[in-house]
Design a protein around this ligand. Structure first.
Ligand code: PLP
Length: 468
């Protein structure tokens, strides 16, 4: 006699029998046979294991099995990359995709994505066109440069510039500017990968013009200035002004390269924000080549922009690596739409989400926090308490590291004894919402800085689903 568990195990159907079940066949039509087969096999294995270890386990249940498979297939086919609500207080959050783009950019991307487009096709001459021409015209107007090209990101821009202009030669950089940007962008590493020799100049806190002059040997190819975007050196410091470096480089017939990092195209001071150097300023100070990101303060897609003198840009464009680092039509479309917004600076603050978020008044954010608070209080029930707090937003992505923007938000604290583990649990519950809400845990509280909550309706609509 078989014991009941063994009998039940025998009763587990075969893969073939299950695949012939009409309900599983329907799943196969919807999700594709390979994924359904994989799921059915995995759950059958699991069922065998469960029944084998537990004498009292109920017998195999077809309907329940189909239900389990359906839920698993839904989970497996849910897209992994999805929108979230950024309430971290960091406007340009690299891990959350940096700049949020305007609708006009999304529409431009949609148009070229779903149809052929004149990416490299000259509609007037019916000849081969230049991929970068679509954005070059805007960049020239906005920076005063003679020529411009676009690559995958600013790291690629720096790499391509160095590889073109400095291969097997020396590029001078101050020791105070040997930066690391989050996620493994380090100037010394990019230098060596690009085939240049880094010639370190001066000291960490002080570098003088004579240090550069002394380092200029016969193998020198360029002088480079790197904008120390994510830290500041304070105290007993000295660095050399761009104009002096440009003169020194030009006296030796060498190019002067500036890596700006963020590179805002308009003067942020006009919007009441701290000053961030612009590519136009760098070029006016004598830079021959300036590189900057598309998805930092500029507020566009991930891209690296290279602007500067015509003959240098022509050499950079001819580098075979340009082909490996080029951007696709979706990036070009988004970038063109965003750059076009800059032609009307008066409307920029309303139309560019990055600038809109950065210029939001603290009083406006505070009244939003007060408006939202009752809904949050209701959602957390008696498990936690919520109150409006002052916050300090960061610009993020290495821009203006010491400046913070006064803001407001909502802090939630657990009602139990262990406040910090409660804060972690609350953070996890908000992350588990259909539109995950990403906040910050500080001082044993979960804090949501509302600076980037442009549209509060979707945030409020899902609060009833919060499970603390
Ligand atoms: C951000 C930054 C980079 C890297 O730019 P990505 O667009 O992230 O590749 C390089 N240099 C500086 C100074 C930066 O701030």
């Amino acid at each position: 006699m078989l014991n009941p568990a063994a009998a039940a195990r025998r009763a587990i159907p075969s893969v073939d029998r299950l695949l012939n079940d009409s309900r599983i066949a329907t799943l196969a039509t919807e999700y594709g046979r390979p994924l359904v087969l994989e799921t059915v096999r995995a759950f059958l294995d699991r069922a065998r294991g469960e029944l084998g270890h537990d004498d009292s386990a109920p017998a195999f249940d077809d309907a329940q099995f189909v239900e389990r498979c359906t839920r698993e297939l839904e989970r497996l086919t849910r897209l992994s990359l999805k929108p979230v609500i950024n309430l971290t207080g960091t406007v340009l959050h690299t891990n959350l995709g940096r700049a949020v783009m305007p609708k006009c950019a999304a529409e431009a991307v949609m148009r070229v994505m779903t149809q052929p487009a004149n990416v490299e096709f000259d509609l007037e001459g019916a000849a081969r066109g230049e991929r970068d021409s679509h954005i070059e015209r805007w960049l020239l107007r906005l920076t005063g440069a003679e020529a411009a090209i676009v690559v995958n990101n600013n790291a690629a821009a720096v790499y391509l510039v160095l590889n073109t202009l400095g291969m097997k030669k020396e590029v001078l950089v101050s020791r105070g500017e040997l930066i690391e940007i989050g996620g493994a962008f380090r100037i010394p590493d990019i230098m060596s990968r690009s085939g240049c020799k880094l010639r370190e100049v001066g000291t960490t806190n002080r570098t003088h013009l004579k240090d550069y002059a002394e380092a200029l040997g016969p193998r020198a190819a360029a002088i480079m200035k790197v904008h120390t975007s994510n830290y500041v050196i304070q105290g007993f410091t000295a660095s050399v002004a761009e104009t002096e470096l440009a003169t020194l480089a030009h006296d030796h017939a060498l190019p002067f390269i500036v890596d700006l990092g963020s590179g805002m195209l308009v003067d942020l001071e006009e919007y009441g924000l701290p000053h961030e150097p612009t590519p136009r300023e760098a070029l006016a100070q004598g830079a021959d080549i300036v590189t900057f990101s598309g998805d930092k303060l500029l507020g566009g897609p991930q891209a690296g922009l290279i602007v500067g003198r015509r003959e240098l840009i022509a050499r950079i464009r001819k580098n075979p690596m340009k082909r490996a680092l080029r951007v696709d039509k979706m990036t070009l479309a988004a970038l063109e739409a965003v750059l076009q917004l800059y032609s009307n600076p008066a409307r920029l603050k309303d139309e560019l989400p990055t600038l809109r978020a950065l210029t939001r008044a603290a009083a406006d954010i505070d009244s939003q926090a007060r408006r939202i608070l009752p809904s949050v209080v209701a959602a957390v029930g008696d498990k936690a308490t919520a109150r409006v707090v002052e916050c300090a937003s960061q610009i993020g992505s290495g821009s203006l590291p010491v400046d913070s923007l006064p803001s407001a938000g909502i802090a939630i604290e657990g009602s139990g004894k262990n406040k910090s583990s409660a804060a972690q649990r609350i953070a996890a519950a908000f992350r588990a919402l259909p539109l995950p809400v990403i906040g910050r845990v500080r001082d044993a509280a979960f804090i949501m800085d509302l600076r980037c909550l442009d549209d509060e309706a979707p945030f409020l609509a899902q609060l009833t689903e919060l499970k603390l």
